[in-house]
Design a protein around this ligand. Structure first.
Ligand SMILES: NC(=O)c1ccc[n+]([C@@H]2O[C@H](COP(=O)([O-])OP(=O)(O)OC[C@H]3O[C@@H](n4cnc5c(N)ncnc54)[C@H](O)[C@@H]3O)[C@@H](O)[C@H]2O)c1
Length: 290
């Protein structure tokens, strides 16, 4: 989709981080915006700010775990703007820690948000775009959807699921006029490792889960790139109908390490060790946390 001016974009997880970065960039392109998020106060504040800066934006409180909420999001978008052109299924959470300390409640939460939330976005908005014969679907996965990391087992599982469903979707929508992209960021300076703030089942964390998140927060704040940089990549991918959106040079080589292991029948190695490390400068950035 070359011309973005006056087009309507819906972004889940739009009140923070990468989603908010996309909204800011879409506004700069002259798009109309629907920010959807579970965090109502922040959503209201960001919509107010964007509107005061001249954006035509609304906020819809939406929990992507609930298919009725996602349907209501589509209805609200159509009633306000009469169309939808870009849907970014971006809301996500990232509990971390040892696999053997994960609980059924942990799994339900992360699968409901990261996998089902994306699936509901696709199945709700996809038919509207296909019917119109134009548009673009951006699903936020992660580099964790292409490789695996210790202490992020649940997150890795959900992001592999997003990559898989997004590849299938791309094949199915070939020729429909609707583009599909899979966003696979590496470290971006956001609140992703504070996602327990949105957890509503009262579950606590073990000491090692808490400690893992603390060290991940440190890494992300020292090496993460800014959400604005990711948003640039997203807009370019929509314009050029590119499927893969990698934010760091190291991502594809790291995936290559995994596939070389698979091809050689080797046990899984650290994708960021050895040869792939040469691309590590791509991990560095130092963006502002949003
Ligand atoms: N930050 C990174 O380094 C990184 C890397 C790879 C992928 N990602 C992915 O990017 C996406 C955006 O995350 P971020 O880094 O901007 O983190 P963030 O925490 O700053 O933003 C995530 C947003 O999702 C919202 N959200 C959480 N649960 C929700 C729900 N049930 N319904 C609706 N909204 C909900 C949060 O309120 C928040 O506004 C996520 O899918 C994340 O997994 C992030």
């Amino acid at each position: 989709m070359e011309d973005l001016r006056e087009k309507v974009a819906v972004v889940t997880g739009g009140a923070s981080g990468i989603g908010l970065g996309m909204c800011e960039r879409f506004a700069a392109e002259g798009m109309k915006l629907v920010l959807a998020d579970v965090e109502a106060a922040r959503l209201e504040a960001e919509v107010k700010r964007l509107s005061s800066e001249g954006a035509d934006a609304i906020g819809v409180r939406c929990d992507v775990r609930d298919p009725d909420d996602v349907r209501a999001l589509a209805e609200r978008t159509l009633s306000r703007f009469g169309a939808v052109h870009v849907i970014c299924n971006n809301a996500g959470v990232a509990p971390a820690g040892p696999m053997l300390e994960t609980t059924p409640a942990d799994w339900r939460w992360i699968v409901d948000v990261n996998v089902m939330g994306v699936a509901y976005g696709v199945t709700t908005f996809g038919p509207i775009l296909v019917e119109a014969g134009e548009g673009h679907i951006v699903n936020t996965a992660s580099e964790a959807g292409l490789v695996s990391s210790a202490m992020l087992g649940m997150y890795t599982a959900t992001k592999h699921a997003v990559v898989g469903m997004t590849e299938s979707l791309r094949r199915e929508l070939e020729g429909s006029g609707v583009g599909v992209s899979c966003l696979c960021p590496n470290l971006v300076s956001t609140k992703i490792f504070q996602s327990e703030r949105n957890r509503d089942d009262g579950a606590g964390m073990t000491g090692r889960q808490t400690a893992t998140l603390a060290s991940l927060r440190e890494v992300i704040s020292s090496t993460g790139i800014s959400p604005a940089q990711v948003a640039d990549d997203v807009v370019d991918a929509i314009r050029r109908d590119r499927f893969w959106i990698f934010t760091h040079d190291v991502t594809a080589p790291a995936a290559g390490v995994r596939f070389a292991d698979i091809e050689a029948g080797r046990n899984p190695s650290d994708p960021y060790a050895g040869a792939a490390l040469e691309g590590l400068e791509g991990l560095r950035g130092g963006g502002d946390e949003r």
